[in-house]
Design a protein around this ligand. Structure first.
Ligand SMILES: Nc1ncnc2[nH]cnc12
Ligand SMILES: [Zn+2]
Length: 355
């Protein structure tokens, strides 16, 4: 199997096109965060709702965030236009078409049922709409798409437990559970029982940790929740013992660079710790998080990182995409197939550069 050093000599000028065309997986995308302002307005009109913004441009102009909470307030307001099964389908289908154009061959998609059930939308309505889009993506786009149900951590664990039970009639339609929303003040251990229940049900486990929260939250996501991936995890670098543990276990970190800039986790992309995460031997990969709010989809994230961070070279590019497959919850045979296509794309870029 090739490794990153094989591809370090690909010229930087060849990387944008290579990154754009290469196959990749996206493992950290909140489907409600893919709702573009145009679609928010269209759905509001279709559902007879009025919005507190005069136009698409006025809504987009409000996307200036100072931290995670300032984003979440507007993100939950945007999601309030989703009422019918068709609305959930339209949102997910728009993302999946966009992802396929970015070379995404596999997506593991977060959804926040409590954002909708709290407004009276039945669980079946939202899951069936999302499921229909995932099935169509497989059939028409050749993109495999699966769902991960996220609990809102600013709400209680009892509410998370009730949400999981309410979703069980659709158990076959999601592969795992996650933990998102306001991180500070809501440590992973608050959700110990619901994650134990999900584990007993055979669900995969992931959690946001170390986005705004301290390394201690990453430790408890690992030790108490027993997660298989950390979403974000960029603050892990503050704790050398944690870095050693993450590296030894090849614990994936689903990093979201443009999100981190828009939510002021780092001042600029040039200051992002993505190169340091990779050079520490961590299984980091790039994702879009909430692309409609943060100014870019997966390829935009990749391209802007490589533009802003001169430390990144072709070896890092291969490693990031290879990590996206390694970290996915798919059968080894499928991973091998995608990995082979990735290796071939990089090999041919290397040959083109040499000739
Ligand atoms: N970046 C993020 N962090 C926590 N919760 C979220 N929900 C949507 N995007 C999120
Ligand atoms: Zn996220």
């Amino acid at each position: 199997m090739p490794g990153p050093s094989d591809f370090a000599s690909i010229p930087r000028s060849a990387l944008p096109a290579l990154l754009r065309a290469a196959p990749k997986a996206e493992l950290h995308i909140h489907i409600e965060g893919s709702l573009e302002p145009e679609l928010i307005f269209r759905l509001a009109q279709r559902n007879g709702l009025s919005l507190p913004y005069a136009s698409v441009d006025a809504l987009r102009a409000a996307y200036a965030f100072s931290d995670l909470q300032s984003f979440l307030d507007i993100y939950y307001a945007g999601a309030s236009v989703l009422l019918q099964e068709q609305d959930f389908f339209d949102m997910a289908w728009a993302y999946l078409e966009r992802a396929a154009a970015d070379g995404v061959v596999h997506a593991e998609i977060f959804f926040d049922p409590q954002t909708h059930t709290a407004r009276g939308v039945p669980m079946g309505t939202l899951i069936q709409g999302l499921r229909r889009a995932c099935r169509r993506a497989e059939a028409e786009l050749g993109l495999s798409a699966v769902l991960i149900l996220c609990f809102l951590r600013h709400l209680s664990e009892d509410e998370a437990l009730a949400t999981l039970e309410a979703a069980l009639p659709w158990r076959a339609d999601f592969i795992g559970v996650g933990l998102d929303s306001s991180e500070l003040g809501h440590p992973p251990e608050k959700f110990a029982r619901v994650f134990a229940r999900a584990r007993a049900l055979g669900l995969h486990l992931v959690a946001h940790a170390g986005e705004e929260g301290p390394p201690a939250y990453v430790w408890s996501a690992l030790d108490v929740l027993k997660v298989q991936r950390i979403d974000h995890g960029v603050r892990s670098l503050e704790d050398a013992a944690l870095v050693a543990r993450l590296a030894a276990e090849r614990m994936p970190l689903t990093v979201c660079p443009l999100s981190n800039i828009k939510l002021c986790v780092f001042k600029s992309l040039a200051e992002h710790n993505l190169p340091a995460l990779l050079d520490a031997g961590l299984c980091a990969l790039v994702n879009s998080d909430d692309p409609a709010y943060f100014g870019g989809y997966l390829n935009d994230n990749l391209e802007q990182c490589f533009e802003a961070l001169p430390a990144l070279h072709g070896g890092h590019a291969w490693q990031l995409l290879s990590n996206s497959f390694e970290a996915s919850f798919v059968a080894p045979e499928r991973k091998r197939r995608w990995q082979a296509a990735l290796d071939a794309a990089f090999q041919s870029a290397l040959s083109a550069a040499a000739s």
